[in-house]
Design a binder for this molecule. Structure first.
Ligand SMILES: [Zn+2]
Length: 436
């Protein structure tokens, strides 16, 4: 155990959390998922707690059966879901909850919501983060580089006079991440998607000697595609952890080839925490932490991902509609784990309906960028009368790529028009909207 681990594990032990045991497993999740009986017990426990402690749930679940009758998983589907809009309109804070902080989601689509966490849950989440980092072969103190959009600089809380949040973020970023995790943030502006300097990131990552790079896949893909058009050698970083938006199998393969790294995909959100992590065999699918989350797909048509978090008692989220669309599968993975895994396709309201009547979500656009030679950025804007305008950054002929693009999307070539504006539109949270 190094000195940083000694201090962090010791402090967490004082708060009743055995982080040393968690991280020594070197695995994000156990090989064997919990039994159906255990899942039902955990679901019933948080459901009953929410119904008793949160006035809004008390009203909402008034006509829902008693949790004792939750004897099969399928019965959970009879419980109404909660949406982002409901959480914004009605408080779902529990009466017993003692929040120590609140985290605001980026609001890429829809309004922003604040997720309140009590101390126990905050430490639980931190434990999950450490389990993920240790599962990737990192040890506390080894250098980490993290790419962040400018929007994530903590000085924004000073501008909005959110002093408590500023203090919490400053403690997290500088005391925990910088001092103990040895993590350095590298900030990038919106213009990087239109004009990435591939050498800029490389130099900074090299200077840090980073063992691990944490990044959103959107900026990573833009960077890698720029790099593929230059003679520059990639930055030597052994492990890349992607979080925040879409990483497809083709994008992941390209990153691994270009950087010579092992690239992992994490599914996480401000509201839910760290839900899943890919292994080296699972491609773009992430193994779900079934001990702590119940994950469903809306089979009624939208394929929206619905999640119940078993641990958040300050602000319980029961069957929360995430706004993400995905596929769920169950079975064995060559890594030895069994249980559920999840593939995220995009946001529920961001898709192109093609000629075959199929929905092409943002993952489809990411696949096209990954595989279309010469294209480093691509954004499709939906216009009236089923017309699509295309903004593209390409170091070959952009116009010539429209034929391939129409074919890949499954749309008529006449429905696509090239927009010569090379500046991409961006979301408020700094995420790159592939479809807007
Ligand atoms: Zn696996």
């Amino acid at each position: 155990m190094n000195i940083r681990e000694f201090i962090i594990f010791g402090l967490s032990g004082q708060c009743g959390h055995d982080l040393k045991r968690l991280t020594s497993a070197c695995s994000f999740i156990v090989d064997e998922p919990p039994s159906e009986r255990v899942i039902l017990e955990r679901f019933s426990s948080i459901f009953e707690y929410a119904r008793q402690q949160v006035p809004y749930y008390n009203q909402k679940f008034k006509h829902v059966f008693a949790p004792q009758s939750l004897y099969v998983i399928e019965a959970i589907r009879d419980i109404p879901c909660i949406t982002r809009e409901e959480i914004i309109r009605h408080s779902v804070l529990s009466r017993q909850g003692r929040p120590v902080t609140s985290l605001e989601s980026g609001g890429t689509t829809g309004g922003k919501i604040k997720t309140h966490l009590d101390l126990t849950y905050l430490l639980d989440r931190y434990g999950s983060l450490l389990r993920i980092l240790y599962a990737l072969g990192w040890t506390m103190g080894e250098p980490i580089a993290a790419l962040h959009p400018e929007e994530y600089r903590i000085s924004r809380y000073l501008k909005t006079k959110e002093i408590r949040r500023f203090i919490f973020e400053a403690f997290l970023q500088y005391a925990i991440y910088r001092l103990f995790h040895n993590r350095v943030n590298i900030y990038y502006g919106r213009s990087c998607f239109s004009n990435v300097s591939p050498h800029n990131f490389k130099k900074k990552i090299e200077r840090l000697g980073a063992r691990l790079l944490i990044t959103r896949p959107d900026i990573l893909l833009a960077w890698i595609k720029q790099l593929s058009g230059s003679s520059e050698l990639p930055a030597p970083v052994p492990v890349v952890l992607c979080v925040g938006n879409i990483l497809t199998a083709s994008a992941k393969a390209l990153v691994e080839e270009m950087l010579g790294c092992s690239c992992h995909n994490m599914y996480a959100s401000t509201e839910m925490g760290y839900v899943g992590l890919s292994c080296k065999h699972s491609g773009e699918w992430v193994h779900i932490d079934e001990d702590n989350y119940f994950v469903e797909i809306d089979t009624a048509g939208s394929s929206e991902i619905i999640i119940t978090d078993f641990r958040n008692r300050a602000m319980p989220l029961i069957r929360y509609r995430t706004g993400d669309v995905g596929n769920l599968q169950e079975g064995f993975c060559p890594c030895g784990r069994k249980g559920k895994s999840l593939k995220v396709l995009g946001r529920v309201n961001r898709f192109i309906l093609n000629e075959r009547g199929e929905r092409v979500y943002e993952s489809g656009i990411v696949d096209i960028i990954s595989t279309l030679p010469g294209v480093s950025g691509l954004q499709i804007r939906k216009m009236p009368h089923n017309q699509l305008t295309v903004r593209m950054r390409s170091f070959q002929s952009g116009i010539g790529a429209l034929d391939s693009l129409a074919k890949a999307l499954g749309v008529r070539r006449e429905s696509l028009s090239f927009d010569p504006d090379s500046n991409f539109l961006m979301s408020d949270s700094g995420k790159f909207p592939y479809i807007c």
